[in-house]
Design a protein around this ligand. Structure first.
Ligand code: ADP
Length: 557
């Protein structure tokens, strides 16, 4: 028999379920998951209410109809749970074939349940009410419903793997609802039934479906932001409210009615503040949760950027390596070409010289003149090739020095003055080494490279001087050795000084007029070789026509 308390209880279940259905639906009426949930909730309510009300009437015919409606509700609830699982929390593909097949089977079972005796045959009167007599299709019906729930469960599990953190929490609520429902059903319908030996309490198993509704609603509404304690408070306040609201109607006297109604009003005020407090709590929690999610998003973003940066760095490193390789190849090519140029040029020069000297017989005066022209041109060409070769060599093995202890005075005399003196004399210029005041120590230098460096500077002095000459001096300044090359030539403009060493092919205006075949490479090479020795080179000049002084500074070790 259904007691008054049970009626109230069932009413509460109905109201709670319906309210949740409406809330979920109105939150996002266009979302498939929310729509399906609403229908699912209605099915569960039909199922629970008809199960309960089937116990009330005296007329067993009505009980039979209501029992059939109950099973109809169960069937629809299972079907919609099945559909729901394809849309929550992520949408996964529900094949049209499967959709219509399930719809069709459910439709047939609905007809069989409602309008035939194949699922539910009849009712058997019992002292407490009745037991159900099942038809021959009942087992199939049951298997079908269980299958739907299993597929739904499998979908949720599948979803769990690909879900975000938030969706996982949602699914956890859903699982909690399912577990409570299934556990309660098993306890009531299997365990209690086995103990009592009849279906007397089977309705209570049905009532537990409300947990499924409640937790699913929480899951959809993302109620995970609450603590379970807060959720329970809300349910309790709601349930108490409904009980207190119904109580006055059930009271026998007016006094009691008034009293209970007053209690209800008091409770409303209390409930209002309680719920308000929980909502504020929710807001705070939501904010905290939002921040956490934001932080996680930012962290993910930072990680992504770091990965990109690493990839870019790797690419740029690769490019640098590639560039270096190409650069080396280019220099190697240049060197090879120049070697091949120098050898035939030297041979030509030798033959020209031997011809001029009369090794192959005496030459007539008419031939001698053009032959000298050829000889001078070849010599100039060799010089050009050597300069280019120096640049290439410089780039190839910048830092590679073959150092040897060197007495600089003798070195300058032998390698520079002796070699350049003839051309100085030819121009009517002097070239001298001024004696040093202090003792000049021996230093470590790469003699070949240093020769090129100093030679260029002294040669320039002679080239850009028309009267007077060039003086070389060695001195120690701040513990370093300085080679000072001073000439009485055309001088250098202030604005040109800085540029002289910086770029190749850079030439002064005056110099171009005086010496047209210069290429502006010499000083660039000198600077690089000197810097390879940890030294410095710079120039000073009072201005045009006032001569120039070049300083080469070298460390003593
Ligand atoms: P090049 O002498 O072949 O032009 P360098 O690199 O040796 O190339 O010199 C670059 C430029 O520096 C010269 O063209 C000239 O303008 C200037 N220069 C170098 N030495 C002197 C000097 N002693 N007096 C005046 N100008 C000079």
């Amino acid at each position: 028999m259904v007691t008054l308390l049970e009626t109230i209880f069932v009413t509460i279940i109905g109201v709670v379920g319906f309210t949740l259905g409406i809330i979920v639906y109105t939150k996002a009426p266009l979302k498939k998951a929310n729509q399906i949930f609403f229908v699912f909730t209605l099915c569960v309510i039909v199922w629970i209410l008809s199960a309960s009300f089937s116990e009330i009437p005296e007329d067993l015919k009505i009980s039979l109809i209501l029992s059939k409606v109950t099973y109809f509700g169960v069937l629809l609830a299972a079907t919609f749970l099945f559909y729901f699982s394809f849309y929550f929390p992520k949408e996964i593909i529900l094949k049209t074939g499967l959709k219509f097949f399930t719809g069709g089977v459910t439709f047939i079972f609905s007809l069989l349940t409602l309008f035939s005796n194949s699922v539910i045959k009849g009712v058997i009167p019992q002292p407490w009410g009745f037991d159900l007599d099942f038809g021959n299709m009942y087992s199939l019906f049951l298997i079908y419903c269980i299958l739907l729930v299993i597929v739904a469960f499998r979908n949720f599990l599948k979803n769990l793997r690909i879900s975000s953190h938030l969706e996982k929490l949602q699914l956890r609520y859903l699982f909690l609802g399912i577990i409570i429902f299934v556990a309660a059903s098993i306890i009531v319908n299997v365990i209690v039934r086995a103990i009592v030996g009849s279906d007397i309490y089977y309705r209570f198993g049905n009532y537990s479906a409300i947990f499924l509704v409640i937790f699913t609603a929480f899951a959809i509404l993302k109620y995970h932001l609450f603590e379970i304690r807060v959720i329970l408070t809300e349910i309790l306040v709601g349930a108490m409210g409904i009980v207190l609201f119904l109580l006055p109607f059930l009271m026998p006297s007016l006094n009691l009615k008034t009293l209970t109604f007053l209690v209800f009003l008091l409770f409303l005020i209390f409930g209002y503040y309680l719920i308000k407090a929980t909502h504020e709590e929710t807001k705070r929690r939501e904010e905290a949760e939002r921040l956490t999610v934001q932080e996680r998003v930012l962290r993910d973003e930072a990680e992504r950027i770091a990965i990109q940066e690493r990839a870019l760095r790797q690419r740029s490193e690769k490019l640098v390596r590639e560039f270096e390789r190409l650069d080396r190849a280019k220099t190697q090519f240049l060197l090879a070409t120049q070697h091949h140029l120098r050898t035939p040029l030297s041979i030509m020069k030798n033959y020209a010289s031997m011809l001029l000297e009369g090794t192959y017989g005496k030459l007539g005066e008419i031939v001698k003149h053009p032959l000298s022209g050829i000889y001078v041109s070849i010599e100039r060409l060799i010089k050009v090739v050597n300069e280019f070769l120096d640049v290439a060599q410089l780039q190839l093995d910048k830092g590679v020095l073959k150092k040897a202890k060197t007495d600089m005075i003798n070195y300058l005399k032998k390698e520079i003055i002796e070699e350049l003196l003839p051309s100085a004399k030819e121009k009517g210029l002097y070239l001298k080494l001024e004696p040093s005041k202090e003792k000049i120590p021996e230093i470590m230098i790469d003699q070949t490279k240093m020769k090129t460096a100093i030679y260029n500077v002294v040669d320039n002095g002679l080239k850009y001087t028309q009267k007077g000459g060039v003086t070389i001096k060695l001195q120690i300044v701040n513990g370093k050795l300085q080679i000072v090359v001073k000439d009485t030539g055309i001088g250098i403009k202030k604005e040109e000084i800085a540029e002289l060493f910086e770029k190749t092919f850079e030439r002064g205006k005056e110099a171009e007029k005086l010496y047209t075949t210069g290429r502006g490479i010499g000083l660039y090479i000198s600077k690089n070789f000197i810097e390879a020795h940890q030294g410095k080179i710079w120039a000073e000049s009072e201005g045009e026509g006032k001569g120039s002084t070049f300083y080469i500074e070298l460390p003593r070790t």
